[in-house]
Design a binder for this molecule. Structure first.
Ligand SMILES: NC(=O)c1ccc[n+]([C@@H]2O[C@H](COP(=O)([O-])OP(=O)(O)OC[C@H]3O[C@@H](n4cnc5c(N)ncnc54)[C@H](OP(=O)(O)O)[C@@H]3O)[C@@H](O)[C@H]2O)c1
Length: 271
């Protein structure tokens, strides 16, 4: 049986990969760092910024899905140093790296893989630098850019925000993707040769406001707000290349969550 390493195995996406990979024929090893692990896997504690710990985590596996990251404090270390250490240690193995829609400046939307990244924030800059390192160290790797991840077995950051938030941007557009769709697509990708960037966003482009409503926020109780200049307004992803490559469908938020029983208008759909 082939062995897969999931970095960030206790994270929102990592947990789903750990759950779903055995059914796809993988024996799973996963890293944890601060949050204690749960779920069936061979767990390895590693601070992936440390090249020796990254090397120990990767030792003996055939493939790696690198989800570990941070946004906010410590993001450059986790995203750049961590990716450098993991990508270096994983030389010669199938490597799928997770990146973000926030490598784009959001002035246009419907971004394709060959569009020029130009991040407006420090998180996007750290992820773009990580992409550059992966391209250099692992030319055959797939660099997956994805969008807001939601819909896991346990409520995640998007679900919590919809419950707790009071103001949501009406003009910030994303392509949210359901976590099991994304995990299945990544596991399918492991068996496919697809070097370079690949966009894996959900099929519907949705404002942060409408997304919150789809996730259960009370439309009447929340407020719409205009986005600010330091944020990327429309980083929706064109994922048509993935649709051609993969059998896994990346469903849109309207399909997954319903068409907005409390009156959410439908956003434009890419396919
Ligand atoms: N979530 C989204 O909406 C979204 C949107 C676009 C792109 N993405 C991309 O998707 C990927 C996965 O996101 P996610 O939401 O599943 O992340 P998450 O839930 O925040 O999990 C990230 C994991 O990385 C681990 N980690 C952080 N620094 C580490 C280090 N130095 N060494 C080892 N592990 C470390 C964390 O461990 P501890 O918690 O134990 O510290 C955590 O388990 C990321 O690469 C992200 O850029 C996510």
């Amino acid at each position: 049986m082939q062995r897969l390493l999931v970095t960030g195995g206790c994270g929102y996406l990592g947990r789903e990969l750990v759950r779903r990979a055995p059914a796809r024929g993988w024996s799973v090893r996963a890293t944890w760092f601060r949050r204690p692990p749960s779920g069936d896997a061979e767990w390895v504690r590693a601070d992936l910024r440390d090249p020796e710990e990254a090397s120990r985590a990767v030792d003996g596996v055939d493939a790696v899905v690198h989800t570990a990251y941070r946004q906010g404090e410590g993001e450059w270390g986790a995203n750049v140093d961590g990716t450098r250490a993991v990508a270096t240690a994983a030389a010669g193995r199938r490597f799928v790296h997770l990146s973000t829609d926030l490598v784009f400046d959001g002035t246009r939307g419907r971004y394709r893989e060959d569009d020029l990244p130009a991040p407006v924030g420090s998180y996007g800059r750290s992820k773009l630098e990580a992409e550059r390192l992966v391209g250099e160290l692992q030319p055959a790797a797939t660099i997956v850019r994805t969008s807001l991840i939601y819909g896991g077995a346990e409520p995640g950051p998007q679900e919590r925000l919809a419950q707790e938030g009071t103001r949501f941007f009406v003009d910030e557009i994303r392509s949210p993707v359901q976590v099991t769709d994304l995990a299945d697509a990544l596991l399918e990708l492991l068996r496919i040769d697809a070097p370079g960037p690949l966009h894996l966003g959900g099929a519907d482009d949705v404002s942060r406001f409408d997304f919150a409503v789809l996730l259960g926020a009370d439309r009447a109780a929340i407020e719409g707000a205009r986005t600010t200049p330091e944020r990327a307004p429309d980083v929706s992803l064109d994922s048509s290349r993935a649709a051609e490559l993969l059998q896994t469908r990346l469903r849109g938020a309207y399909e997954v969550l319903g068409s907005g029983s409390n009156g959410a208008p439908r956003a434009t759909s890419s396919r």
